[in-house]
Design a protein around this ligand. Sequence first.
Ligand SMILES: C=C(O[C@H]1C=CC=C(C(=O)O)[C@@H]1O)C(=O)O
Length: 387
Amino acid sequence: MTVETNTARTLDEKDALFAFQSRHHAFRGLGRAAMLPRGNASTISERSGAFFAKAGAEAILAGALPFDRGGDDYLWQAEQVVPARSWALPRPAPPLRWNLRAEPDAAEYAKAVGNALRIMAADTDGSDRLTKIVLARSLLATADHDIDVEALFGKLATDPAVTAFLVPLPEKDGRPRLMAGATPELLLEKTGTQIVSHPLAGSAKRHDELARDAEAAAALNRSVKDRSEHAIVVEFILDMLAPYCSDLRRPDGMTVTSTRSMWHLGTRIEGELKNPDVPAVVLASALHPTPAVCGLPRDRCTRLIRDLEPAERDFYAGSVGWCDGKGDGAWYVTIRCAEICGAQARLFAGAGIVPQSDPVAEAAETGAKFNAMLNALGIDPSLEAFS
Ligand SMILES: C=C(O[C@H]1C=CC=C(C(=O)O)[C@@H]1O)C(=O)O
């Protein structure tokens, strides 16, 4: 991917179409040049192939794939792509007053987890047997005036363990929308013939007090429930990538990784492609959604999620990222994020449910996963609305 270094615009201009910032990548796209004709996962290969055949190897498409493989993606080429390092310094924004509504609240969410556990327990055999499902809830935060998206992005980008992102979403009721977040999870990165995926699953809340924080990490590492939840994701990704790879490697065990607010179990998977021409977006689209955000079996879980969750996921738990005309690119799992529309932010958080799950603990885990966005929005995470 090529990022223009000759920037005619100043970096504090407000018209970012998309932006990504992590330890490895930091750029923003300015102005709308062209949209990839919309379509679902089954046509991404043809559509992106035709697009880059015209736009050329240096062109970059960035944006979002929805959670549901049948839904349409939203990918854009910007007029100009510029480096964005200076965004590591958050811009001060005036404090907002918030009205908060949990949809559903923790108690209702715990009931949905209970329902999922009953379905799992009744499922004793068969190839369609439910082994894991990820259930999410949302939090609708409405401010007294419009959210300063650039200031929000600056705050999200201060955690060195995440990729902060800002991508446009299709308008809803005629109003512009975008997705902002700080994802810790790499779905797929491709550079030439090399691919990397770094799934996360299995979580614990972090604590200010050092000894308590270290104990939370150690307990996560010992947890049979979290290890089984994680192993399902790793096996799924290895199975999906195997047909594309001449070599696929993973370390012996899983590792404990962290963001500022959460501990996770993670596994870095690396591979060498048989055919280097398969583009990053096609591989990401084939992998997505993994059991880190959906479950196993995938199609059955997609349907069950629709029944068990009150709010539509839309682009939450999809994938955000970019690819260039050479086929390189990086795609992340769309988590620790909020859909922003004017003064409104809809935050999402999910948790993997396996037979050993405790509904109340899973509800608390989703509460903790809101913290990255809440902190960046300047909302006190200890407020009652999240419990
Ligand atoms: C679905 C989410 O997290 C996923 C990623 C890491 C750990 C997870 C877990 O432990 O349940 C989830 O699989 C979310 O943050 O909304």
